[in-house]
Design a protein around this ligand. Structure first.
Ligand code: NAP
Length: 263
């Protein structure tokens, strides 16, 4: 008797063309997920989609209309979505004092609102595919704040607050939200060369596939909020309990750096 093929579950990965998002897609595909990758640049999208036997849609997550159009196109082919990964993001290491206002807007619109528009637009598919999952890739910068990454850190704090709030809000709809905050990860958009040059600090830098393995585990085990590596949890505790000490340490380090830069 012919056996009907088991339908593949569909995962949508924003930022799936590079770094952490691409590593997650590469891990999901062999585990039986059919991945639809979203990003702005077609060349990298097509390369990853071809490699994993997935699909892609051009989409700018900072533009609500673009995300809504991408979701409609995806729903026409896949009305049920089992997993949405929000990994699209851009760096913002320039100080608030030096960054162009347009760059600050782009950092907030991509890193924070990008997740809001993606969850909002893909909600009907996630409900149709329930029990389903949302993974938000936040950052340790969403747990602690120090210069020069003020606008990036603020956007990640906002993304974290959004992710925490929807965890409770979407639970009754059988949609499970997993907030993942990585530390330093070596990727094209976030080259951690400064750290990698220093052998001791280089150990702080993870590879994207480590985050992808972690994401697979948190979805399997239904973990709500995690930090990779876990010991980074100390940082927000220190900032909350002894803020004066942390500010003094950061200011001293910056003063020393400014002095050595001037030499
Ligand atoms: N690497 C780290 O150290 C680190 C640490 C903690 C958290 N994170 C977070 O991890 C996420 C992924 O970063 P990554 O390190 O993997 O960087 P990456 O290698 O530069 O990848 C970023 C991805 O996001 C896409 N993207 C950027 N802006 C977009 C937009 N407006 N609309 C749609 N897609 C957009 C990029 O493709 P296009 O440019 O073609 O659109 C690319 O696919 C980000 O949210 C970042 O904040 C990174």
């Amino acid at each position: 008797m012919p056996v009907a093929p088991v339908p593949q579950r569909v995962a949508v990965v924003t930022g799936g063309s590079s770094g952490i998002g691409a590593a997650i897609a590469r891990r999901l595909a062999p585990a039986g997920w059919h991945c639809v990758l979203l990003a702005r640049g077609e060349e990298r999208l097509r390369a990853v989609a071809d490699e994993i036997g997935g699909e892609y849609e051009l989409c700018d997550v900072s533009d609500r209309g673009s995300v809504e159009r991408a979701a409609e196109t995806v729903f026409a082919r896949h009305p049920r979505i089992g997993l949405l990964v929000c990994s699209a993001g851009i760096p913002g290491r320039r100080s608030f004092l030096r960054a162009d206002p347009e760059v600050i807007e782009q950092v907030v619109e991509t890193n924070y609102l990008g997740s809001v528009w993606a969850v909002r637009a893909f909600l009907p598919g996630l409900e149709a595919g329930a029990p389903s999952h949302v993974v938000t890739i936040v950052s340790v910068a969403g747990l602690v704040a120090f210069p020069p990454s003020g606008p990036y850190s603020a956007a990640k704090h906002a993304q974290l607050a959004f992710s925490r709030a929807i965890t409770a809000e979407l639970r009754p709809r059988d949609i499970h939200v997993h907030t993942v905050s990585p530390g330093f990860v070596e990727t094209e958009g976030f080259p951690q060369a400064g750290f990698l040059e220093m052998p001791v600090l280089g150990r702080l830098v993870a590879r994207p596939d480590k985050i992808a393995r972690h994401v697979e585990r948190v979805v399997d085990r239904n973990r709500r909020e995690t930090v990779v590596p876990a010991w980074y949890r100390i940082a927000p505790l220190a900032q909350a309990l002894v803020p004066g000490l942390v500010h003094r340490a950061v200011s001293r380090a910056r003063y020393r750096r400014a002095r050595s830069d001037a030499l």
